[in-house]
Design a protein around this ligand. Structure first.
Ligand SMILES: C[S@@+](CC[C@H](N)C(=O)[O-])C[C@H]1O[C@@H](n2cnc3c(N)ncnc32)[C@H](O)[C@@H]1O
Length: 276
């Protein structure tokens, strides 16, 4: 955990009485700072303490007031990862001290963001918690690709799933439901289990040629898109992806992307490579 400034935050009102603190769980969106909501910006400007994770783009912090204390609890950009218990403790301590605390998380705080654990912990201690939604990675990446995630009369459901499981645990998803071609699946944290995920979907009946895309660093200038059929995507990701956050979208809507033709070319190239 690293602290950048500590200039303000007495937790007292003008008459010297102790204020009750508050915590705001705010979605920073998938990266690009201009995807923050106006409500998020207003609260970031007002915050006395901002506890942020590594997915929040640094530009989002430009809205912080000059005296705000910035506490990094993420894994990148020189920060060390901080345990959930330590994050809970810092949020509680600052709120109890009467400060206005912003907990800034990538995407939406309620989508694979461990918001529930923070809310429960703070509620147990009587601290008020507000939530400000953010653009979750699936929505940000789909918009960047220029595709809808549902399509009238063709794609009627959207599944947000995690490809991450605790070590030793099986990836236990509802494969028949996810294999229904009338749905779109957005896979978070799926890089390491991508081969398994693709194999399970195909076993469950999803056609192997179903269009898929992996978007890395979606909405940022460093964004990278890897298109291929679901059968070929794991190999394409292994050879083409870097180390940034990666979201996979699987479903017929991917073929609506103006760049989808590159998916067919990647498939062709990989097919030739494996038969050579
Ligand atoms: C711990 S989850 C947090 C999700 C976040 N709360 C949200 O709503 O987007 C982290 C995963 O989100 C996805 N992700 C977040 N930001 C992304 C981005 N800019 N581009 C691609 N994937 C992203 C990746 O799958 C990453 O492994």
């Amino acid at each position: 955990m690293s602290v950048h400034a500590n200039l303000r935050g007495t937790g007292s009102d003008r008459s010297g009485r102790r204020r009750t603190g508050e915590v705001w769980l705010i979605g920073a969106g998938p990266g690009a700072a201009d995807l923050l909501t106006l409500r998020a910006v207003r609260l970031i400007q007002r915050a006395e303490v901002i506890v942020y994770d590594h997915l929040a783009d640094a530009d989002c912090l430009d809205f912080a007031g000059p005296g705000a204390e910035l506490i990094c609890v993420g894994k990148r950009a020189g920060c060390h990862s901080t345990s959930q218990a330590a994050i809970n403790a810092v949020l509680l301590a600052r709120a109890k001290a009467g400060q206005c605390v912003v907990r800034l998380k990538g995407g939406d705080p309620g989508i694979f963001g461990r918001a529930g654990e923070e809310i429960e912990h703070l509620a147990q201690h009587g601290i008020r918690v507000g939530i400000v939604p953010g653009v979750t990675a699936a929505l940000g990446c789909a918009a960047a690709l220029g595709i809808p995630l549902t399509h009238r009369g063709i794609v009627r459901s959207l599944h947000l799933v995690t490809g991450h499981c605790r070590s030793g645990e099986a990836l236990d998803l509802d494969w028949p439901r996810l294999a229904d071609p009338a749905g779109t699946t957005a896979l978070y944290m799926g890089r390491h289990n991508l081969s398994l995920l693709a194999a399970r979907l195909i076993e469950a009946g999803l056609p192997a040629r179903t269009p898929a895309v992996a978007v890395e660093n979606g909405t940022l200038p460093s964004e990278r898109r890897i298109f291929a059929s679901i059968a070929r995507l794991p190999q394409a990701v292994r050879t083409q992806a870097g180390n940034g956050p990666l979201l996979v979208i699987v479903g017929d809507v991917v073929a609506l992307a103006p760049d989808w033709t590159t998916g067919r070319l990647v498939d062709l190239a990989l097919a030739q490579h494996s038969s050579a």
